[in-house]
Every structure is written in structure tokens, then in C-alpha cells.
Design a protein around this ligand. Structure first.
Ligand code: SF4
Length: 215
């Protein structure tokens, strides 16, 4: 079976078990999605949603974030971790959005990744989930699950993104992320995967190796 055939069957099973999935970060517009994604680095989506519930009441526009007091914003986002860098980047990013993009969130990957604190992962979240542009987001779950399934041998998220783009049908580039996250949370849990209940076991090099070592 080729990798393309394998991923097609895996994606069909993920779709069957998890159905259509949507972005886990709460947002009402593209700038909220961008900021929520910046906050989600090394933090759970649940924690980010808890923080942004109040944050987006207090800061109601890109202008509000661009003019924010650094120390105050640090306190507001403190519980998401890495708050010094995140606050600094959010303010600089919003200032650049105003000075170079007229306060609009660009959809172009190069323009997005030129913003302070925005890497390919954050850019792809915005492109895929707001603009509907096929984009593969490689987060910790996609990284772990695609390695275990033998879809990539790389650990660098950008290399994984390009490996997955080569074998994944373009109309699945957005859903592969949310469905692999669902699988990573429910079954293929980091350090204690439930291989015995996993519907992907037959396709999974990593799971089969782990079962053999247990015997
Ligand atoms: S078989 Fe095990 S390691 Fe493989 S995807 Fe399923 S839970 Fe994860």
C-alpha cells in the first residue's frame, strides 16, 4: 500500500469516528483567531478559551492590542505561559497589522509569517480556519500521530507539514489537523496511547511496535 492509499483510508476512518470537526479555539473574527492561536503555543486550547473570554471583552480591536500596556497585557495572559514573549509579540504584531495591512489580517502565508510571533503553524490556522485556504497545521498531536502512523519520519513541524502535503488530498488539509487532534485527545494520548481500542491499529507502525515490546 502506498502512503497516499494509506492516508486516504486513515482519513476516511478519522472522518467516520470524529465526523466534521471545527477549530477548537473560540473566536468571532480573524484577529481574535490570530491572537488566540498565538496564545495557544505551549498551552491547552481550553486554557486559551478561558483567557480569551475576558481578554476579548477588554481588548475589543486590533487597535486596543496595539496600544496595550505591556505589563498589563502580560498579567491578562499570564496563565497561558510564556507571557512575556506572547504579550510583546501580540502588541508588535497588531502594530504591524495597522501600519502595513490597514488593520486587516492577511491571508498570504508570507505576509502572515512576516508578522512578529507568527510562524507557519499560526499562519496555517488562520488561513485554513478563517479563509478556508487548504493548509495543514502541524501541532503536537499531528506531529505525534503522523509519526506513529509512519506518515513521516521527521520531527520538525515544517518538514512534517510538507511530507503530509505530498500525500494528503488537498480537500483534507484543513480537517486532518482537527481530526488528528480529536484522535490524539481521545485515543492516541501522549505517553499512554490506547492501542487496544484504536481503529487505526492496522495502519500503525508505532502502535504495533509498542504491542510487540509489551509481549
Ligand atoms: S495504534 Fe496506538 S500508537 Fe497507533 S495511532 Fe492508535 S493509539 Fe496511537
Amino acid at each position: 500500500m502506498t502512503k497516499k492509499e494509506k492516508i486516504t483510508e486513515i482519513l476516511a476512518l478519522l472522518e467516520l469516528h470524529y465526523g466534521p470537526t471545527k477549530c477548537y479555539l473560540n473566536h468571532e473574527n480573524p484577529w481574535q483567531l490570530l491572537i488566540a492561536t498565538m496564545l495557544s503555543a505551549q498551552c491547552t486550547d481550553d486554557r486559551v478559551n478561558l483567557v480569551t473570554k475576558d481578554l476579548f471583552q477588554k481588548y475589543r480591536s486590533i487597535q486596543d492590542f496595539a496600544q496595550a500596556n505591556l505589563e498589563e497585557l502580560e498579567q491578562d495572559i499570564h496563565s497561558t505561559g510564556f507571557y512575556h514573549n506572547k504579550a510583546k509579540n501580540i502588541i508588535a504584531c497588531c502594530q504591524k497589522l495597522l501600519s502595513e495591512h490597514n488593520g486587516e489580517i492577511p491571508s498570504d502565508i508570507d505576509a502572515l509569517t512576516a508578522l512578529p510571533g507568527v510562524g507557519r503553524k499560526t499562519a496555517n490556522v488562520v488561513r485554513g480556519n478563517w479563509y478556508g485556504i487548504p493548509s495543514i497545521v502541524v501541532d503536537t498531536h499531528v506531529k505525534r500521530v503522523s509519526n506513529l502512523l509512519g506518515l513521516t519520519k521527521n520531527s520538525d513541524p515544517v518538514k512534517i507539514e510538507f511530507d503530509l502535503m505530498k500525500i494528503t488530498p488537498k480537500d483534507k488539509w484543513i480537517s486532518i489537523n482537527t481530526q488528528m487532534i480529536a484522535h490524539g485527545r481521545k485515543i492516541c494520548i501522549a505517553r499512554r496511547p490506547k492501542c487496544a481500542e484504536c481503529f487505526l491499529f492496522a495502519y500503525c507502525n508505532g502502535g504495533q511496535k509498542m504491542q510487540k515490546t509489551k509481549k
